[in-house]
Design a protein around this ligand. Structure first.
Ligand code: NOS
Ligand code: ZN
Length: 366
């Protein structure tokens, strides 16, 4: 074994390098303690436990369900307490602080405004509260001497019928750190084309959007998301693997859709632990991210839901490094991929790559 000074790829070391996160749900990343306190303040009586560690365990076990639908049921508890301005500001501010502590330098965090109106907030008030929370969190991080940029993605629920309204909001708040739009929720039975009018509107407005596709449903969902709706990125997109066959000599044949995704550099927002929990992948070690990276797809690493998956960017990257023997150069590649794929003006993306990411990995790549 060559003698090298390169630090080991431990969680402790990975936490210190710059990371970029494109797919993280605000209501999937609430701190257990905050959840308990908010439940108390708002009179929410349904929490499965009022002990932080026990509650955290409950979420990761319940989300380990093998089905997206059952995984999504756990969100009733987080959404249940995120119904007031104060609760939204607090959760959003803590989200920024938690990501910064994890070494994330740029993040796009998504939430569905329509899920937070049960106690009378309107959609604008929900968006404003979350943006105010992000700003407060960013200031707190700056006071502690760190820098992070967090932008919002507005999600519409695919089983509901408010996507056009949410798309309007995404355009309205585009100059206030709303980076784009997304659809989420149960995938089977709710194809992206149900929301075609929202996507067509966004395209006319030169706005950006990603679509959860190819997670609990396969190629037709990915095909619609790209070729009918015009998605800039795919949330997960794991099932693109169904359009790839491997030969005995290890070479791969790409079907037309997989070739399109690779050739057009469509970013795949992959979240390994979440994919194992919902049954979209069997294990981290066999996760399609390994093959897709080898084949040169534009893959990125994400958390999806830090509470439900009991994960962080650091833990996801550490698990991948272990499973696939990745080096610092591989982790930098994922990070640069993600930054290139961000819904942020090109010059600003380049500036973060050149001034933050590359210097952050430089010492490790010697
Ligand atoms: O991996 C996922 N696939 C599909 N929908 C999801 C996933 N994670 C969370 N949500 C859904 O998105 C809503 C807004 O954040 C959450 O409430 C949850 O229902
Ligand atoms: Zn998601």
């Amino acid at each position: 074994m060559p003698i090298t000074n390169t630090p080991a790829l431990t969680a402790e070391n990975i936490r210190t390098v710059p990371k970029v996160l494109l797919h993280d749900h605000l209501d999937g990343g609430v701190r257990p303690v905050t959840l308990i306190e908010l439940a108390e303040h708002t009179g929410y009586a349904e929490l499965p436990s009022t002990h932080p560690a026990e509650l955290a365990r409950w979420f990761s076990e319940a989300a380990y369900s093998g089905s997206l639908e059952r995984y999504l049921e756990t969100f009733s508890h987080t959404v249940g307490v995120m119904q007031t301005r104060d609760a939204l500001v607090r959760v959003a501010s803590e989200c920024v602080q938690d990501l910064a502590a994890d070494g994330v330098v740029y993040a796009e965090v998504r939430f569905a405004p329509e899920l937070h109106t049960e106690k009378g907030l309107d959609l604008d008030e929900v968006v404003q509260a979350v943006l105010d929370g992000f700003a407060a969190g960013t200031r707190a991080v700056a006071q502690a001497g760190h820098r992070i940029r967090v932008r919002a993605l507005l999600t519409a629920m695919r089983h509901a019928a408010r996507s056009r309204e949410i798309a309007d909001l995404a355009v309205k708040y585009r100059d206030q750190e709303v980076a784009g739009f997304d659809i989420a929720g149960a995938e089977a039975g709710f194809p992206p084309t149900r929301h075609l009018d929202a996507f067509e509107y966004l395209r006319r407005e030169n706005a950006h959007f990603t679509i959860h596709a190819g997670e609990a449903f396969g190629l037709p969902s990915i095909w619609e998301a790209l070729q009918w709706c015009g998605a800039d990125r795919l949330g997960h997109g794991v099932r693109i693997i169904d359009d790839i066959s491997l030969n005995f000599d290890g070479t791969a044949n790409l079907g037309l859709l997989a070739a399109y995704v690779r050739d057009k550099r469509i970013p795949l927002e992959m979240a390994p632990t979440s994919n194992v929990q919902t049954g979209a992948a069997e294990s981290i070690a066999t996760h399609p991210i390994g093959l897709l990276k080898d084949l040169g797809f534009r893959v990125t690493v994400n958390t999806d839901n830090r509470l439900m998956s009991g994960c962080t960017m650091t833990s996801e990257m550490t698990a991948l490094a272990e499973a696939f023997d990745y080096t610092w150069a591989d982790l930098r590649w994922f990070t640069v991929n993600a930054m290139k794929s961000a819904f942020l003006p090109f010059d600003q993306r380049l500036a973060i790559i050149e001034n933050v990411i590359k210097p952050g990995y430089a010492a490790l790549l010697d």
